[in-house]
Design a protein around this ligand. Structure first.
Ligand SMILES: [Zn+2]
Ligand SMILES: [Zn+2]
Length: 206
């Protein structure tokens, strides 16, 4: 196996105007990174590039010039620019057939030849979309169970029962936290339950 290239260290903070523009894009895939890091390899030729946002099927890349160099766009000299760019079509041969995650015509090596730049925090929009897809994949029984749990929790009725000890309640709250972390489908339910139990435990402690 060939050694993976290390990543370029260059970072740049988004300007207020770039932030406003990127925040306004529809169907954002991930949370904005305030200070994106160049996604090319260490010592790469050419400009620095970082994926600023994916919006629906568009990828917006922030491209900025190293040092004091300037980019030229339509005859105008600028330091940096947000570009809507197509994906690099390169695919790793043999092995896993990983696709290059960089933009078309990027300088330097392809992303599968370097260390990973890490996953991004999915946006609320894409979490909702992924959750809907997960629900879609459930079989009838699992979907009915989930819907029953949601309806039980949303109804106000149900008397409090002297059913468990304080320590058991704490363990259940912790288990719920883990379940929420591991399974997006039950995340909302688990968070709701944990919050209710916590507030009752607090009320008892007073
Ligand atoms: Zn760079
Ligand atoms: Zn590439």
């Amino acid at each position: 196996m060939t050694e993976l290239l290390t990543l370029c260290e260059a970072r740049t903070a988004l300007s207020p105007i770039e932030t406003i523009f990127l925040t306004g894009l529809p169907e954002p895939a991930h949370e904005l990174v305030e200070e994106p890091r160049c996604e090319l390899h260490d010592d790469h030729p050419g400009v620095h590039m970082a994926l600023a946002q994916e919006s629906a099927t568009d990828s917006w890349w922030l491209v900025w010039a190293p040092g004091n160099a300037q980019l030229t766009a339509r005859g105008q000299k600028i330091d940096r620019r947000l570009h809507k760019m197509d994906n690099c079509p390169a695919v790793q041969e043999g092995g896993d057939e990983d696709e290059c995650l960089l933009a078309e015509k990027h300088p330097g090596a392809h992303s599968f030849e370097m260390e990973t730049s890490g996953a991004r925090e999915p946006s609320a929009f894409s979490r909702k979309k992924m959750l809907a897809a997960l629900r879609e994949d459930l079989d009838d029984k699992a979907r009915a169970d989930l819907e029953e749990m949601e309806s039980l929790l949303s109804s106000a009725s149900g008397d409090p029962l002297p059913l468990i000890t304080e320590n058991e309640a704490l363990v259940i709250a912790m288990l719920l936290g883990q379940a929420a972390h591991n399974d997006w489908l039950v995340e909302d339910l688990a968070i709701q339950l944990a919050e209710r139990m916590e507030s009752r435990l607090e009320a008892l402690a007073r």
